[in-house]
Ligand binder design. Structure first.
Ligand SMILES: NC(=O)C1=CN([C@@H]2O[C@H](COP(=O)(O)OP(=O)(O)OC[C@H]3O[C@@H](n4cnc5c(N)ncnc54)[C@H](O)[C@@H]3O)[C@@H](O)[C@H]2O)C=CC1
Ligand SMILES: O=C(O)C(=O)Cc1ccc(O)cc1
Length: 307
């Protein structure tokens, strides 16, 4: 049996869905001597205090980070630099700084210049979540059986990387290591573009005539309903994802548009074989995802909470 991972003091900046889930999962794993949570929004901090998933709560990110062995930043990607600046003066020598942002290269570029050289910046991304936000939406088992992608910079301190890896494993995840640009390309097609498609189709439906729109709601038991769940995801978080993973998203959108044009052509010319071939391939992908155990547990959790 390997040694249980333990940090004397862990600070989490951002107490929303992911920050509060990380706090709960760390609590469940007993991985912190002291766990401190910070959020700049007083209402969020008050909710977090009432739920009580940490030992200490403060609006001051610098105060939370003081003497921490590990700081995990769980704010929207566009707010990472501001948090980095706020915690930099109080970070102790050898502190590990990580994050949970959905984009990795831009986060590294935002944090690396503002953090002291005597700290270890190792970005990460748990590939697990829901369309909800805020501390009430979080839960300790969110990361169970899910991937956590860590994107260490060149020359990373191996000891620090090992500790962060062990922590995510203690929170229930399987860790995968890759470069930040590769992460951003893969997530552009598996997560970012699908969200954009959902935002777009729900937007198109909402632009329809009033009478049609009410029918859209009435008959949304079909495929549309699944899109509305994704399109209910946090506007600030997703604005920041698209602004910070611009190149990879635009590259994947280019391919998507080409494939959509091919589908339009197949429909126009009655090419049933082309349609059937594609739908068979995509059905197979769904089966492989289910077989690999990467199904929709977290999404289902979100749905059940909503109902
Ligand atoms: N929602 C999801 O399913 C997933 C989100 N992520 C990533 O996790 C991060 C957090 O997302 P969520 O927890 O979903 O968002 P959330 O909206 O639930 O929580 C974000 C929190 O950060 C706080 N915040 C914003 N700016 C701040 C600042 N300058 N200082 C201190 N606190 C600040 C907000 O007040 C809010 O409470 C994002 O970077 C997102 O890309 C990663 C995996 C899944
Ligand atoms: O709710 C869903 O379907 C998601 O896709 C959750 C999610 C959102 C953002 C991420 O970076 C990772 C996971």
């Amino acid at each position: 049996m390997t040694d249980k991972i333990h940090f004397d003091r862990i600070a989490i900046i951002g107490a929303g869905l992911i920050g509060s889930s990380v706090a709960r999962a760390i609590g469940r794993a007993g991985a912190a001597g002291t766990l401190v949570v910070s959020d700049r929004d007083p209402a969020v901090l008050q909710e977090a205090r009432e739920i009580g998933f940490a030992d200490d709560f403060t609006p001051d990110a610098g105060e939370a980070a003081r003497d921490a062995d590990l700081v995990i930043i769980a704010v929207p990607v566009g707010a990472m630099a501001a948090v980095g600046e706020a915690i930099a003066p109080s970070l102790k020598e050898g502190a590990i700084v990580s994050d949970v942002g959905s984009v990795k290269e831009a986060v590294f570029k935002a944090l690396d210049p503002v953090l002291p050289k005597h700290t270890h910046l190792i970005p990460g991304h748990p590939v697990a979540g829901t369309e909800q936000s805020g501390p009430k939406a979080g839960f300790a088992s969110l990361f169970d059986g899910r991937w956590c992608i860590i994107t260490p910079p060149d020359g990373v301190d191996k000891g620090a990387l090992g500790k962060l890896t062990k922590l995510w494993e203690a929170m229930g995840s399987t860790v995968e290591i890759m470069t930040a640009p590769h992460h951003d390309l893969v997530l552009a097609i598996t997560s970012h573009v699908p969200h954009l498609i959902a935002y777009n189709i729900v937007g198109t439906a909402s632009d329809l005539e009033e009478v049609t729109r009410s029918e859209v709601i009435k008959y949304s038991a079909g495929g549309f309903r699944d899109f509305t769940r994704i399109a209910a995801s946090d506007p600030t978080m997703w604005r920041d994802v698209f602004l910070n993973n611009k190149d990879a998203v635009l590259e994947m959108l280019g391919r998507f548009s080409e494939d959509l044009t091919a589908l339009q052509r197949a429909i126009r010319w009655g090419d049933g074989d082309a349609l059937h071939d594609l739908f068979s391939r995509t059905r197979d992908i769904r089966r492989r995802i289910i077989d690999a155990g990467q199904d929709e547990e977290a999404a289902d959790f979100g749905r059940h909470h909503e109902e």
